[in-house]
Design a protein around this ligand. Structure first.
Ligand code: HGY
Ligand code: MN
Ligand code: MN
Length: 411
């Protein structure tokens, strides 16, 4: 294929701007949480563009959207590329959506030049990558790759008790196609780095060779409701007091595994949530990450020990509930080399790195050779309305994705 093939810069940038209008928030970000009306609107627009590009659309039972472009030998395994359209509640306009629209831009560029690849191409938008509304991250790719049972995934509820299954019906994306896995020769996901490394080193392309492991757990503290004014401090069974000590001790535990370990307490929910009643229940969400599975195990052991000791001191019940566990993954050398070759051929600066953020590619790596491409984002900010990426980097990434796909789609 033509070495000097480049994507249509204006079209990619215009579509990113168009998609960013859906669920646009005041500070310049987006709120398109999974299976909301805004997510539906984004999905509808994506499908409209894919159909106009001549792709065949299928939707599976967990709402994953596949847009397929025929290859000259259409029976061959596909080259898959995509990411997700759902966002965090105060998300940015590139997280996920860049990977979906850059993959579409590859198809559009091939259409412009009337080029047909040997292998068929498949663009994908995965359902509920973020896990912000429904507490199960990477839902669509997890069901597709067999990590999650379909019924289990469909039954996950949001805080209002709405299940994923119900929400899919409400937006009309409870697809007919059973969860089908077409053979995949290679899968790519392009994404903003969501961290500060590329920008700090003034590098354009991250050639991603793996993703660190992620554990999500809920810390449950059960005490006793009591009157805020009458019960003496030493007579209380106060879950908040125990949690304050547990949280601090977990920070200190994770500090032992610096600089790579990460820990985040993202959500505290209290019952009955009344200012003048000592709470009976406090749930704290925990997200911790590290490139080594052995360290994640050590942190898990430490969390359990801290919970046991601090809750017994406070005279309350405490337990750790595991929500999900994603072991570290290494990507396939074939895909890593295709990304590196394309980057070098196009003359962009690059560095090899692992991903601090989780991505659908984590699960894809379990069923097919998979690779990722990163571009820098401003101040490393993401999961933040101020998330931003430079046009020249968005375009560079799109060109690398184009040539990495071509390298493997035309053996
Ligand atoms: O949480 C994650 O790492 C992903 O960006 N949703
Ligand atoms: Mn993402
Ligand atoms: Mn994200």
């Amino acid at each position: 294929m033509n070495e000097h093939l480049h994507i249509n810069e204006g079209r990619l940038l215009a579509r990113l701007a168009e998609m960013a209008k859906i669920g646009a928030t005041e500070k310049g970000g987006v709120c398109r949480v999974a299976l909301s009306d805004e997510d539906k609107a984004g999905r509808d627009l994506f499908i409209e563009w894919c159909q106009a590009a001549g792709c065949n659309i299928t939707v599976d039972q967990i709402g994953n959207i596949f847009a397929t472009r025929k290859g000259s030998d259409d029976d061959l395994p596909v080259i898959l590329a995509g990411s997700h359209l759902d966002s965090q509640p105060t998300g940015g306009k590139f997280d996920g959506v860049y990977g979906v629209l850059a993959a579409l831009e590859v198809v559009e560029t091939l259409n412009d030049h009337k080029l047909t690849t040997t292998h068929p191409l498949e663009i994908v938008s995965w359902t509920n990558e973020e896990g912000a509304r429904f507490p199960l991250s990477l839902t669509g790719s997890g069901v597709y790759t067999g990590i999650f049972n379909l019924e289990y995934a469909l039954s996950r509820e949001d805080k209002d008790g709405v299940t994923i299954g119900r929400a899919l019906q409400q937006i009309g994306y409870d697809g007919e196609h059973i969860n089908r896995r077409r053979p995949i020769k290679a899968a790519f996901e392009i994404h903003i780095e969501q961290g500060p490394v590329l920008e700090a080193d003034d590098v354009t392309i991250g050639v991603v060779n793996g993703i660190q492991g992620i554990c999500w757990e809920d810390l449950i503290f059960e005490g006793q409701e009591a009157h805020a004014g009458t019960i003496p401090m030493d007579g209380r069974r106060d879950p908040v007091r125990a949690a304050a000590r547990v949280v601090e001790k977990i920070y200190l535990l994770v500090d032992q595994y610096a600089p790579d370990a990460r820990v985040t307490f993202g959500d505290f929910s209290v019952e009955p949530a009344s200012r003048n009643t000592v709470p009976s229940l406090l749930t704290v969400t925990l997200d911790y990450r590290h490139p080594q599975a052995s360290v994640l195990d050590k942190i898990h052991q430490g969390v359990k020990e801290i919970m046991e000791s601090e809750c017994s001191v406070a005279g309350i019940e405490g337990r750790v509930e595991r929500v999900l566990e994603m072991p570290p993954v290494n990507f396939d050398p074939v895909c890593i080399n295709a990304v590196q070759d394309s980057t070098d051929k196009l003359g962009y600066s690059s560095m090899q790195m692992i991903s601090g953020a989780g991505h659908d590619a984590m699960y894809l790596a379990g069923i097919a050779p998979t690779g990722m491409i990163f571009i820098p984002c401003e101040n490393g900010l993401s999961h933040n309305e101020l998330e931003n990426a430079q046009p020249e980097d968005l375009i560079a990434g799109g060109n690398v994705l184009l040539h990495a796909i071509l390298e493997l789609a035309n053996p």
